[in-house]
Design a protein around this ligand. Sequence first.
Ligand code: CA
Length: 404
Amino acid sequence: MPPFDVPEGDPFGPHNLPYGVFSLGDSDLRSVGVRLGDHVLDAGAAAVELGSPYAALLARPSLNPLLAAGRTAWSDVRRAITAWVTVPAHRETVAPLLHPLSEVTLHLPFEVADYVDFYASENHARNVGQIFRPDAADSLTPNWKHLPIGYHGRSGTVVVSGTEVVRPSGQRKAPTDPAPVFGPSVRLDIEAEVGFVVGTPSAMGTPVPLSDFRDHVFGLCLLNDWSARDLQAWEYVPLGPFLGKSFATSVSAWITPLDALEDARVAPPTRTHPLLPYLDDASEDPSGYDLRISVAINGHIVSEPPFSTMYWTAAQQLAHMTVNGASLRTGDLYGSGTVSGPSERERGSLLELTWNGRDTLELPDGKRTFLEDGDVVTLTAWAPGPDGTRVGLGEVTGRVVAGS
Ligand code: CA
């Protein structure tokens, strides 16, 4: 079957068309690619050969020019590429520009500007609260239902799927230990999240309202917020996550445009507390997304977190992070926070799945509380697409290796 013809039901069919950046063989030459089935369309070369006005956005080594071009351009480019891979008249030109995924190297698709991570799952926040503050009257902190809690992370260590993750070393001290010790983390964990990629910047001093979410955010991807729980527990009071998080954050090589996820939009859970006007989305179009995530360790699925259960939406997170006048830059990335559903098999971290190491996970290759060297963690996901189809999200995977 020629690569132009993606099998029916393929989650990476022409209804999806996520963007990435690839190179061929040993070449250093990078180009914007669009995934079609198990192939990558060299979108830059196709634009050039077809005389498209979008060559200046696509024949580039990064997605940043496309991200910066704005929402109208995003829709126009997507419409053009859809035609390139579906209209028979383009087949002769396009077919030679489709490369098997197995023959390309995928790169970090955009230059990450600022990186922010949120904490938007009520189930996750309650689980963590019960684990770390068992004596508190409420497992949620008093601010949790009033604002999307977040922190600024380290953009320079955002890495593309497939990058090995070196086990971090640092200080740890259990409450019962007499003094801190230094060494490799013994509680290395994952957080299954969704990352949102900002395209259109905003001016410093000008907040971005809820209604402008889709003018600024280009698309989303799976994100693994690797977390060293022992380092985190000792360092996080009073200023929050630092070295327990900043050693690595993995993102998928594929950015799914929001335009591909129209059929996945859902209303967020019922709000239980009144919201201040800048966060009140009662009269907004729904900006929750029905993404069905799977978490696998060494190929064995350990959890299936449902993104539709997230209390705070990406639109609310964007409104909140700019309400003080902070500006957006092209390439800003923000994580949703760990996605955890209400049931035990829907928890997005080992912290929750093993209740901070109290319980063990039974894998075919042995028991786990936290990650061991050599473990490969893979996040995958799909969303409802048009006419009963599925929209696949690009996987994010990473192997844990020992520090030197
Ligand atoms: Ca996180």
